[in-house]
Write a protein that binds this ligand. Structure first.
Ligand SMILES: *Cc1c(COP(=O)(O)O)cnc(C)c1O
Length: 369
């Protein structure tokens, strides 16, 4: 036990040891079976071959520091999305920019809101900034705008919302986002985390570009980890009003995006065909998985992302924990989501055809066992 007066070694500041470290999806299984990692929403088609080429090329000049402003990447993002590069900040995965937003806009004692089954990284960064995490109830596994607005106090500084959300896969139509924004005080920052935006096939969905452009208190964060299959490269970005971009640029590390990441991102954006293939694959297999799993008698939360949340029966013989072990033995690594408030569910990334068919067949056998 260390006491506040213990001067025998360095001590983290108050609150640090209250943070529960993020537990990433498992990546391996024991034994000789072929492993299908379906635990981190990675792209089953991998990354574009053009990215691999670009990274090889960078490998020949690693002694040089990257462009600290990631200008080529911001310009490529701006061109692909029709945005002004001056309003973009690139980051070491979107996780980094989420953390920077918390560090920049939260002081100890401030409150920041996220939702009941929201992405856990928000809570970690809120606590890391010394602020108070405020979790707001969802309705039917979907964010509830009225509940969020009711939770706003004079201390609230940020609302973090993943749209679509991970691990539920549910989304809020843009009318709801507008209503949320309209109800927030102007000094409260609304962070729209659109990590899965490219996968959504719904007419009433928008990632948030227009709202960012028309207000002073909204940012949108995006990632190359999902649609572009570049989780290992760590590339994310934020689109926001100039005053927020300016503040984040002061807070970030001067070379927070590596030379390889910059070139990988530029190359990924050029390969539109790879993105289209990824979207088509996901559309086909998300529908197939949802239907087949429901056919097995399992409840599946309706998802617009590249993953499904599968709920298991109350019968302890067929719990999520047991299903997880059963699948892992057969090489299918899914994600436990108890920390997200789903003790009896598993999240499954939409995988290759082989993986998807394999999981459904294994779960059919599991439920009969
Ligand atoms: C995967 C994911 C991210 C992306 O994280 P990176 O740091 O860019 O890899 C962000 N938000 C949500 C909700 C996610 O699921």
């Amino acid at each position: 036990m260390t006491k506040a007066t213990d001067l025998s070694r360095p001590r983290p500041r108050a609150g640090v040891m209250d943070i529960e470290a993020y537990v990433p999806g498992k990546s391996g299984a024991h034994g000789a079976v072929k492993v299908h990692k379906l635990s981190s929403n990675e792209n089953p088609l991998g990354s574009s071959p053009k990215v691999v080429e670009a990274v090889r090329e960078v490998a020949g000049r690693l002694e040089f520091y990257p462009d600290g402003a990631a200008t080529r990447l911001r310009e490529a993002i701006g061109e692909a999305h029709g945005l002004n590069p001056a309003n973009i900040v690139c980051s070491n995965g979107s996780d980094e920019v989420l953390g920077l937003l918390a560090q920049t806009y939260l002081s100890p004692g401030d409150e920041a809101i996220f939702t009941e089954h929201g992405f856990l990284v928000y809570k970690i960064y809120i606590q890391a900034a010394g602020a108070v995490p405020v979790s707001v109830k969802e309705t039917d596994e979907r964010a509830n705008v009225d509940a969020i607005l009711a939770a706003v106090t004079p201390n609230t500084k940020i609302v973090f919302l993943a749209n679509p959300n991970n691990p539920t896969g549910t989304y809020l139509p843009f009318e709801e986002i507008r209503r949320l924004h309209a109800g927030l005080p102007k000094h409260v920052l609304l962070v729209l985390d659109a990590a899965y935006a490219e996968y959504v096939r719904r007419n009433d969905y928008e990632a948030g570009v227009e709202l960012v452009g028309n207000s002073q208190n909204v940012v949108m964060t995006r990632t190359f980890s999902k649609i572009h299959g570049l989780g290992g490269m760590r590339i994310g970005w934020m689109y926001g009003p100039g005053h927020i971009v300016d503040a984040i640029n002061r807070m970030r590390g001067p070379f927070n995006v590596s030379a390889a990441a910059i070139e990988a991102g530029v190359a990924a954006l050029k390969d539109r065909a790879h993105v289209d293939r990824t979207i088509a694959h996901n559309e086909q297999w998300l529908a197939w998985l949802s239907q087949e799993l429901t056919g097995l008698g399992l409840r599946v939360t309706p998802s617009v992302g590249n993953f499904v949340l599968i709920h298991f029966p109350a019968d302890p013989k067929h719990s999520a924990e047991r299903a997880d072990a059963w699948l892992a033995e057969r090489g299918y690594i899914l994600r436990r989501v108890a920390a997200y408030g789903f003790p009896n569910a598993l999240r499954m990334t939409v995988g290759t055809e082989e993986a998807n068919r394999g999981v459904v067949a294994s779960l059919a056998a599991f439920l009969k066992s």
